[in-house]
Design a protein around this ligand. Structure first.
Ligand SMILES: Cc1cc2nc3c(=O)[nH]c(=O)nc-3n(C[C@H](O)[C@H](O)[C@H](O)COP(=O)(O)OP(=O)(O)OC[C@H]3O[C@@H](n4cnc5c(N)ncnc54)[C@H](O)[C@@H]3O)c2cc1C
Length: 308
């Protein structure tokens, strides 16, 4: 029951100020967001890729309120891509972006987000890599899919994310699988109403398997975004049945969650990509990680009590 409460708190400005300013918060945050600047994160990327893993990089920040912040978000990604160029990792280091950070929720937001994300996709392509559009709350998705479709005209490798908890997702998966997209399937991390999304874990898990089957049997490139051991095993079986080789799909997990499993899957010969977030505006991302596993909250509160 705690998950929805934490997700509601993730939208509260008061909680944002309280938690962001708490002196003991940062060490707890570091588990999920291992740096604030590009200089912090380059050694982390070297470390992960040196261990046979791949990365998708997220500059954290959402809920922006001005077009200038959207431009700054674009520039932060361009700075990162400039630094990645030196590492020559190609597709082993790609970018994940949230269109909200590029201005999607501002007036004229759809066009603004497209105008800001396109140079990032272009710059990524110029160093031989790609961008994946993250999925945010359900009200943003039509715009995200439209931006994705437009970007794919010039950059067909651009990926997008779909969320198993939404009723609409099976249809989205069919469309994307038929047109050969790179698609990351996740369970879904936002607080969604019962009118649009499954609420029970077992229903979400069943939907995940149905949708994954569509992706595996389709023409695209499935990216399995989950830490759930049962779903990882099922994904391997579905890939085998669909005749896919290890290079024809990949696993993705979040930095700081089940790190041993990252290494185990990579050692087995799977492509294993670690979603690695960094930056100063980490509140929304951090709160979603707490909501996914309430034990994280207990750990967080304990650290505040013992050090505060
Ligand atoms: C690469 C990647 C990208 C993502 N992108 C998006 C996106 O664009 N949009 C979106 O809505 N969601 C996104 N998510 C989040 C996703 O929707 C889920 O909220 C999250 O992955 C938890 O679901 P799970 O599949 O891991 O299964 P769960 O059943 O939640 O977890 C399975 C097991 O994994 C471990 N675990 C899971 N989460 C945590 C945690 N926070 N802390 C500690 N242990 C944990 C636990 O051991 C748990 O028992 C992404 C997830 C991944 C892995």
């Amino acid at each position: 029951m705690l998950g929805p409460v934490i997700l509601a708190a993730s939208r509260s400005d008061r909680m944002r100020r309280l938690i962001s300013a708490a002196p003991v918060t940062r060490p707890v945050v570091d588990r999920f967001i291992p740096g604030e600047s590009v200089d912090d994160i380059i050694p982390v990327i070297r470390d992960l890729t040196g261990n046979g893993l791949e990365v998708t990089m997220d500059v954290v920040g959402e809920d922006i309120t001005t077009p200038e912040q959207a431009t700054a978000a674009r520039d932060a990604y361009l700075e990162l891509i400039g630094r990645l160029a030196e590492l020559e990792l190609g597709t082993r280091a790609e970018m994940s972006v949230k269109l909200s950070m590029f201005g999607q929720a501002l007036p004229g937001g759809h066009e603004l987000a497209f105008a800001n994300v396109r140079p990032v996709v272009e710059a990524a392509a110029a160093i031989g890599t790609t961008v994946t559009l993250d999925a945010e709350d359900h009200t943003t998705l039509d715009s995200m899919f439209a931006v994705h479709e437009e970007l794919r005209k010039d950059f067909p490798q651009t990926g997008c994310v779909i969320q198993a908890y939404l009723f609409r997702t099976e249809d989205d998966a069919r469309r994307l699988a038929a047109n050969g997209s790179r698609v990351r399937l996740v369970k879904g991390a936002y607080k969604e109403p019962a009118s649009v999304a499954y609420q029970q874990k077992h229903e979400i898990d069943k939907a995940y398997v149905r949708i994954l089957k569509v992706l595996m049997e389709g023409e695209g490139y499935p990216m399995i975004g989950s830490h759930d051991p049962r779903l990882i095993t099922i994904a391997q079986e579905l890939a085998r049945r669909a005749g896919r080789k290890p290079a024809e799909y990949e696993f993705q997990m979040l930095y700081g969650i089940r790190g041993d499993e990252h290494l185990r899957l990579a050692a087995e010969g799977h492509r294993m990509r670690v979603y690695t977030a960094y930056g100063t505006d980490w509140y929304g991302y951090f709160m979603r990680r707490l909501a996914e596993k309430p034990a994280n909250l207990q750990f967080f509160v304990r650290s505040m009590v013992s050090k505060g």
